[in-house]
Design a protein around this ligand. Structure first.
Ligand code: ATP
Ligand code: MG
Length: 450
């Protein structure tokens, strides 16, 4: 992409309404624009990152054997009356009447609808296990929408639902989700710690929330600092293996890590004092096992191997896709702007032409642009007629992990400069070497963008 032709409405001043750094930077970097309280337009660069995050979620869900599908955002109230949640959900639910005076609603989550699809089609234990998911817009009329995409009213969420014959099978699905979530967040450059949580209006027994530690987080969390040493890394895992998935769950959840809702001071005090931590966190996902709560209420049964009709065991599992943009920025920025992890960066590298109009500099930039593009990467070429300082400031603000700087003086010696956004370190090298290095850096981070 050439910056001169892109739509990147960066702001020079800090917007007054933004209280936290991620909100400020998303507005300043021209990623989002509020349309009404807690409802945003996703401008091209914000949309690009949203899609990358979404694609990582898809890849990891499908890797775990979960099946993508999509349900409507507008649903009839009837199913929600069946489950009893139409009244329970309260003012967070946006209720709508259609022209025939039918009660409709904008979906805040989709347990009812998926259970209805399931009961209409699945009759036998032979069709289990089954896990389907969608990535779809949700609406919750939050009392205090704030912090930009962190607590929106309209937000983008992955919601997955497992249907299993037995409690053990459903717990395996739960563990499988935990494993897939660990992988998902790490690919985005995030450490998200699974913490024992409270189930809230979804209902159920077993639930973990995934929290990214950040001072601006809305949840108070209590944990043993040993949990922050754990990483999933690139280990191979067989998602069908009950033992392997249970082993990972055990490894990542056996140390104390809880949100304030489930915090137990006595247990916490058993942790050696130097490892006790009280901090704040951003909830980026949650997994639930809720047994037969919805299948009982809505009659979702299957025939088991002995011919009995039994209710299926279910769970639901969410990832806050749009909230993740904010969480990633909270975890990765400096005074000059965003620092995108390579896995989600909107463009793979920036190309800064120090002297637009200089024949050698223009030709070298065009060549770099072409080679990176031909290698399947997306460079952002700042080809505007601006002074170098302004170009650097924009690149730092929008946070591309790598920048190639091209100027007439360097080119005389056959070199360009490759700079890491994170460390700030620069290295001079031949343009071909810079291209080769960028290609090798992204070998493990190929996610489709837009
Ligand atoms: P919270 O406690 O933050 O209100 P929740 O527990 O009600 O969230 P879930 O039903 O668990 O939310 O939804 C799954 C995920 O969707 C959450 O982990 C969170 O990352 C994201 N999410 C929930 N509400 C919002 C919102 N208002 N804006 C953006 N993301 C949200
Ligand atoms: Mg939650």
């Amino acid at each position: 992409m050439r910056l001169s032709r892109y739509f990147l409405p960066v702001l020079k001043e800090n917007p007054a309404e933004a209280q936290i750094v991620s909100h400020r930077l998303m507005l300043r970097a021209g990623m989002i624009k509020q349309s009404s309280a807690g409802i945003y337009s996703w401008l091209p660069m914000g949309f690009k990152v949203l899609r990358k995050i979404e694609n990582i979620v898809h890849e990891e869900q499908m890797r775990a054997g979960h099946i993508p599908m999509q349900m409507p955002t507008i649903q009839s109230a009837d199913l929600w009356r069946e489950s009893g949640r139409y009244d329970d959900y309260g003012q967070e639910m946006l209720r709508i009447k259609d022209r025939h005076d039918h009660d409709m609603l904008f979906t805040p989550t989709a347990e009812e609808l998926i259970t209805d699809i399931f009961r209409g089609h699945v009759k036998s234990y032979k069709d289990l296990p089954l896990t389907m998911y969608q990535i779809q817009w949700k609406f919750r009329d939050e009392r205090r929408p704030r912090f930009g995409v962190m607590r929106g009213r309209e937000f983008y969420m992955k919601d997955g639902y497992n249907f299993d014959l037995t409690k053990e099978d459903a717990l395996h699905a739960y563990n499988r989700h935990l494993v897939s979530y660990l992988r998902t967040y790490e690919r985005m450059g995030l450490q998200a710690i699974p913490m024992r949580a409270d189930s809230g209006p979804i209902g159920g027994d077993d639930t973990h929330e995934f929290l990214v530690l950040a001072e601006t987080g809305e949840s108070e969390v209590f944990y043993d600092s040993a949990v922050t040493d754990l990483t999933f890394g690139d280990r191979e895992i067989d998602y069908d293996s009950v033992e392997q998935c249970a082993g990972v769950l055990e490894e990542f959840t056996s140390k104390y890590a809880r949100t304030d809702e489930t915090h137990d001071e006595a247990l916490f005090n058993e942790i050696p004092e130097d490892r006790r931590r009280v901090a704040r966190g951003i909830e980026v996902g949650q997994i639930f096992y809720f047994g037969t709560k919805y299948s009982d209420a809505m009659g979702a049964t299957v025939q088991d191997s002995e011919g009995n009709q039994v209710p299926v065991h279910m769970g639901s599992h969410g990832i806050g896709v749009s909230r993740l943009l904010g969480a990633i920025i909270e975890a990765s920025h400096d005074d000059n702007g965003i620092i995108w992890p390579e896995g989600v960066t909107p463009f793979h590298c920036g190309i800064v032409n120090l002297k637009q109009g200089d024949d050698a500099a223009d030709a070298a930039c065009e060549d770099l642009y072409k080679q990176l593009t031909n290698a399947g990467l997306e460079p952002l070429y700042d080809d505007r007629n601006e002074r170098a300082g302004g170009k650097f400031a924009t690149m730092d603000l929008i946070g591309l992990p790598w920048r190639i700087t091209v100027g007439p003086r360097g080119l005389k010696n056959g070199v360009v400069e490759l700079t890491s956004r994170k460390s700030g370190e620069s290295e001079e090298m031949a343009p071909a070497d810079a291209v080769a290095k960028i290609i090798s850096i992204y070998e493990n981070h190929r996610v489709r963008g837009l």
